[in-house]
Ligand binder design. Structure first.
Ligand SMILES: [Ca+2]
Length: 283
């Protein structure tokens, strides 16, 4: 009798708190629920392992400049680019990368160019910076398998992109409007040379934004020898490299695919790299 009363009381508490404990996990604001499932990593011509991914939560969009500002203000943390005194910036005019002094997350293309916009993804952050932010936020970086499972809508979709196989302009910020006029002319122009607001494009069926394009996203996973999928050969690396997913404002049709992976040393700091975070579901 006592336990039945306790259950009734807890149920009432949950109802009055406006949260759902009985029908499913509590999903914090700004995160999406990704169900467990088995996903085949990569594509048929470039396939990786079949993996079982447990249910988890994933940020709906990459961490923004505004989010990162709260972290920096609360902790006084200085990013690697701030300590180093610069970062790598993409030069659209010459299609090259160069080290720009005092470029950092607040001034991603350098202090003599535009300031970072709050609603855009934070960039110029190393993997170590992302880890520091994650600890502060009580979250963690997703593994590359979790990331790809989520991009495949948690249902082992075999499509190239989260929405299907056609490369559609309204799902993300790609290299559709820079030097590649042909994309503009064919309706691929998306209005952004560089980063875009994280809510500027259409969400996936799981409620995820910017899973394709805008910024490459750090994951927790290493590029380990023996790997031969995602367009990556990790056998030649003598240094630790971290896997990144999601394409960026520089990706084109093939580079934007879910299966496509990149790897950078964790201390890398680039203008087209950011991150989003995951969280375990309390059991
Ligand atoms: Ca673009």
């Amino acid at each position: 009798m006592v336990s039945r009363f306790a259950f009734f009381f807890l149920t009432l508490t949950a109802v009055f708190a406006g949260q759902t404990y009985i029908s499913g996990p509590f999903i914090p604001e700004g995160m999406a629920y990704i169900p467990s499932g088995i996903t085949k990593i990569g594509e048929d011509f470039d396939s990786g392992p079949r993996v079982h991914v447990r249910e988890f939560l994933l940020d709906s969009h990459p961490v923004t400049v505004g989010d990162f500002k709260k972290f920096a203000s609360a902790t006084g943390y200085a990013t690697l680019a701030e300590v180093r005194g610069g970062a790598m910036v993409y030069e659209d005019e010459t299609d090259t990368w160069k080290f720009v002094e005092n470029a950092n997350w607040l001034w991603p293309r350098g202090p003599d160019r535009e300031r970072a916009i709050s609603s855009h993804p934070v960039t110029q952050v190393s993997w170590f910076d992302a880890e520091k932010y994650a600890s502060w936020a009580g979250k963690r970086l997703p593994t590359e398998f979790e990331w790809e499972h989520a991009a495949r809508n948690g249902e082992n979709s075999r499509k190239k992109y989260s929405w299907g196989d056609n490369f559609l302009g309204y799902f993300g910020n790609y290299r559709g409007n820079t030097r590649h006029r042909k994309y503009l002319d064919s309706g691929r122009g998306d209005g952004y040379h560089y980063t875009s607001p994280v809510d500027a494009f259409t969400a996936t069926s799981r409620g995820l934004l910017d899973m394709t394009g805008n910024v490459l996203e750090w994951t927790a996973s290493n590029c380990t020898p023996g790997r031969s999928y995602g367009g990556l050969d990790c056998n030649r690396n003598s240094e630790i490299r971290k896997i990144l997913k999601g394409g960026s404002f520089l990706c084109e049709r093939e580079e934007c695919r879910i299966a496509k992976s990149h790897s950078f040393p964790p201390e890398s700091v680039y203008f087209h790299v950011g991150f989003r975070l995951a969280k375990d579901i309390d059991q």
